[in-house]
Design a protein around this ligand. Structure first.
Ligand code: GRG
Length: 277
């Protein structure tokens, strides 16, 4: 499967939707709007939107039905990165080779830009998706990014010595900080494409396993970072990599009955964990 060809065909509407929904940078309040756009364009890998589109195809729908989920999840991802970079959190001056949002626009604007991106994500889901699945996807997204998900995971990550709780605690942080958003992208993509409950359960297990494995892969890439909350100091790089591969197998097993339409989703899972195509 040529995942790059699939991405070049499917992803341009995501960028077009992001462009259309984000307020223009020359509309007041200009610095807020420019700050909201700063990390969206140019973006990163757009992994979460790609997973949402691929999940829609995996359950037999057109990828276009998952576009509101794809757009919403990328805005939430961007908000989480902006806040993560703030001096009170990870205190990073650069992301993707460019100044972080608080460096470029100031701390207050960065906080507000993150807040505004989050609420725009819900506005998009509730405006564009069909009323039934759209509301359910918005509910799932709200849960995934709140105290039980992204925010709670970050709180535990920032607590003193998160690795003292051992591998189980680190895996729980990975599950909430990283996998919850990946899981909600795949479940939401499937939901908007009309998947039945049993397929949504499989997509949820798939998203969880890929999300945790993705974070372990990220820890392996950042093995020199002494500040991070990572499995590597606890169980070593080799065991962590083996765990990521086992999670990938677990994820792919969820798609066993899904047929050819799930091929892009399988390819994205392999890419997320192995970072090759
Ligand atoms: C909860 C508001 C709030 C704050 C931020 C969890 C969190 C808290 C922020 C996420 C930051 C982070 C480092 C999460 C780990 C997940 C991860 C590996 C993110 C990087 O994702 P990529 O590689 O990024 O998909 P690109 O640059 O490709 O978009």
């Amino acid at each position: 499967m040529d995942v790059q060809a699939w991405l070049s065909e499917r992803m341009p509407p995501v960028d077009a939707a992001l462009e259309a929904w984000l307020p223009p940078a020359d509309r007041p309040p200009k610095s807020l709007h420019a700050a909201m756009r700063h990390l969206v364009f140019p973006g990163g890998k757009r992994l979460r939107p790609a997973l949402a589109l691929a999940a829609a195809e995996a359950v037999g729908g057109p990828a276009s039905l998952a576009l509101p989920m794809a757009t919403a999840v990328e805005l939430v991802h961007t908000y989480s990165l902006i806040h993560d970079d703030l001096p009170c959190m990870d205190d990073d001056a650069e992301r993707r080779g460019r100044p972080t949002v608080h460096v470029a626009f100031g701390e207050a604007t960065a906080v507000l830009a993150g807040d505004a991106l989050q609420s725009l994500a819900f506005q998009i889901l509730l405006s564009e998706a069909e009323p039934g699945p759209g509301a359910a996807a918005a509910r799932d997204l709200a849960r995934a990014i709140g105290a039980a998900g992204l925010v709670g995971g970050q709180a535990d990550d920032l607590a003193p010595d998160p690795m003292a709780g051992g591998a189980e605690h680190v895996l729980s942080i990975h599950a909430r900080k990283t996998a919850a958003l990946i899981q909600v992208a795949t479940v939401g993509g499937g939901r908007l494409a009309g998947a039945e409950e049993a397929r949504l359960v499989e997509l949820a297990r798939f998203g969880h396993a890929v999300g945790v494995a993705f974070q372990i892969a990220d820890d392996c890439l950042d093995a020199d970072d002494e500040d991070g909350c990572s499995l590597l100091p606890i169980e070593g790089a080799e065991a962590a990599q083996a765990r990521a591969e086992a999670l990938l197998d677990e994820a792919l097993a969820q798609l066993e009955g899904a047929g050819e339409g799930a091929e892009p989703l399988r390819a994205l899972a392999r890419f997320a964990v192995r970072r090759d195509t």
